[in-house]
Design a protein around this ligand. Structure first.
Ligand code: HEM
Length: 269
């Protein structure tokens, strides 16, 4: 098209491409004043939600690449996921600069709102084979959150894509692992562990892939641990705004591997 005939739309800018005006309009403190630290509290949660969005985008890709048998690119994607997770863990340091009293200055304004209600966090858990119907039913029928979780409920997890990939690589993966209920947590399988031990001993390419999955599992556990400690130093033994017992509840979520087989074999290597 000759330049003169071009439709007259404003030139793309940094601000219009990234929708900066809309983005900067999304932080709405509820406290009077408002309290100085409420902006940090809002910004950090919004940043986490953006990272959750990116994690889901990358986890979907890692699953698709494994299903296509492309272990090399799947590993590349897993490395990116792990780098994001490290940033997510490190960001808790910023929130820890907020003292208990600074948080108390606006905590009551949160009413019953809590990270417990983050559907994207639950979606990440679902992709890692930690699914729960209760997590879905918390959201109203027809909402974006509920639809997204319903879609992921029946979707094979990263573990299922990995197991299927190993079978296609020629490993004698037991039927029980290939045909497992994808809505359930992964149950450790001694037969599959034999396969994994053989991979660690004689297959450098696929043992590297296993290591990236262990990194991911450990990274999630690390985030949970750092979150609990941050919560403990900020609210002590108080109940959570989401209605749970707070730290006591959060402690029950610690040290639970999502890929138990990859941990169980380590004493045998
Ligand atoms: C001062 C800061 C924070 C405090 C005091 C806090 C406190 C809590 C508490 C007490 C719970 C348990 C559920 C409840 O009863 O509310 C919880 C859960 C949760 N929080 Fe936080 N939190 C903080 C910051 C964050 C941040 C920045 C995120 C990032 C998104 C986050 C994400 C979550 C998630 C995903 C859960 C659910 C964990 C699970 O059920 O396994 N929290 N939080």
């Amino acid at each position: 098209m000759p330049p003169d005939d071009r439709p007259s739309s404003p030139a793309l800018t940094y601000g219009s491409y990234l929708q900066i005006d809309r983005l900067l309009d999304l932080q709405r403190p509820r406290s009077e004043g408002p309290e100085h630290d409420e902006l940090l509290f809002i910004v950090i949660h919004q940043v986490y939600e953006l990272w959750f969005k990116q994690l889901l985008h990358e986890l979907d890709r890692a699953i698709a690449l494994l299903r296509a048998g492309d272990a090399h690119r799947a590993q590349h994607t897993l490395r990116r996921i792990l780098t994001i997770l490290k940033v997510m863990v490190a960001q808790l340091d910023i929130l820890e600069t907020m003292t208990p009293l600074e948080f108390l200055a606006f905590r009551s304004r949160l009413e019953a709102a809590s990270g417990f209600q983050s559907d994207q966090f639950r979606q990440v858990e679902f992709l890692l084979a930690m699914k729960s119907r209760a997590a879905i039913e918390r959201f109203p029928e027809g909402s974006r959150a509920r639809t997204a979780l319903e879609d992921r409920w029946a979707q094979p997890t990263l573990w299922d894509a990995f197991v299927e990939y190993l079978a296609r690589e020629g490993y004698a993966v037991p039927e029980s692992a290939r045909e497992r209920d994808v809505t359930a947590a992964v149950v450790a399988s001694p037969e599959l562990q034999q396969v994994l031990v053989a991979i660690y001993r004689g297959d450098p390419k696929n043992s590297e892939l296993c290591e990236r999955l262990v990194d991911l599992d450990e990274g999630m556990q690390e985030w949970r641990y750092r979150h609990v400690k941050m919560v403990e130093r900020t609210i002590g033994t108080k109940r959570g705004t989401g209605g749970s017992a707070g730290v006591e509840y959060l402690r029950t979520t610690l040290f639970q591997p999502v890929f138990p087989d990859l941990w169980e074999i380590r004493g045998r290597l």
